[in-house]
Design a protein around this ligand. Structure first.
Ligand SMILES: CC(C)(COP(=O)(O)OP(=O)(O)OC[C@H]1O[C@@H](n2cnc3c(N)ncnc32)[C@H](O)[C@@H]1OP(=O)(O)O)[C@@H](O)C(=O)NCCC(=O)NCCS
Length: 172
């Protein structure tokens, strides 16, 4: 897989984990401060995927091979199942989507998510479902609607009691 001369997209490896921790830590914050337990949970998901648990995780790299973004999917949380297009659909859940802060807005996120859609399709899933923490309302929600269309529903209490967040679905 390739993007352009400056970046390429390929599989996440265990060697990527330290660089990806920096990217995750840049975004998983409350009032400007890193949220340690959520960062650790995210890194555990990345480590398990890098060891080959069946999740599909892709990394965007700069010309030196250094990771500048990561997106990945796997079996969805059960709370997404009602949002499948049909009970027969093989739905993946989008679990992770982060770019380095200085690399945003150049089309790389779109290329990475489209590569993930293709990778998930090759892995046998027929659609992808996801939501997004309210903290990413201004940084990601419009992006998701551009890539997947209007949300298909609202998920309640998923991120915290009282949270109401969109559910996007993309046919693969
Ligand atoms: C969300 C994210 C992955 C998008 O990647 P990106 O490279 O910045 O987005 P792109 O440049 O590929 O944008 C693709 C399209 O979405 C639009 N878009 C991207 N971010 C947007 C935003 N915050 N608000 C409005 N539109 C946005 C772009 O204008 C572009 O539209 P176009 O195709 O009509 O020109 C990236 O910005 C990011 O990491 N954000 C911070 C972390 C985050 O919120 N992650 C989501 C966790 S659920």
């Amino acid at each position: 897989m390739s993007v352009n001369a400056a970046f390429r997209i390929d599989m996440m490896t265990q060697q990527d984990i330290p660089d990806l921790r920096e990217i995750v830590t840049a975004w998983v914050r409350k009032d400007g401060r890193p949220i340690a337990d959520e960062i650790e949970r995210t890194m555990a998901i990345l480590r398990a995927a890098a060891k080959g648990n069946g999740d599909v995780y892709l990394v965007a790299r700069d010309a030196d091979g250094k990771p500048v973004g990561v997106m990945g999917c796997g079996s969805p949380d059960d709370r997404f199942l009602p949002f499948r297009s049909s009970p027969e659909a093989r739905a993946a859940g989008l679990k992770t989507a982060f770019l380095s802060p200085d690399i945003r807005g150049r089309g790389l996120g779109k290329q990475l998510l489209e590569a993930l859609f293709a990778g998930a399709r090759e892995a046998g899933w027929t659609e992808m479902l996801w939501s997004s923490n309210p903290r990413y309302r201004t940084t990601a929600w419009s992006f998701y609607t551009i890539l997947a269309g209007d949300p298909v529903g609202i998920l309640e209490d998923f991120f915290e009691p009282g949270s109401r967040t969109p559910v996007w679905r993309k046919d693969l």
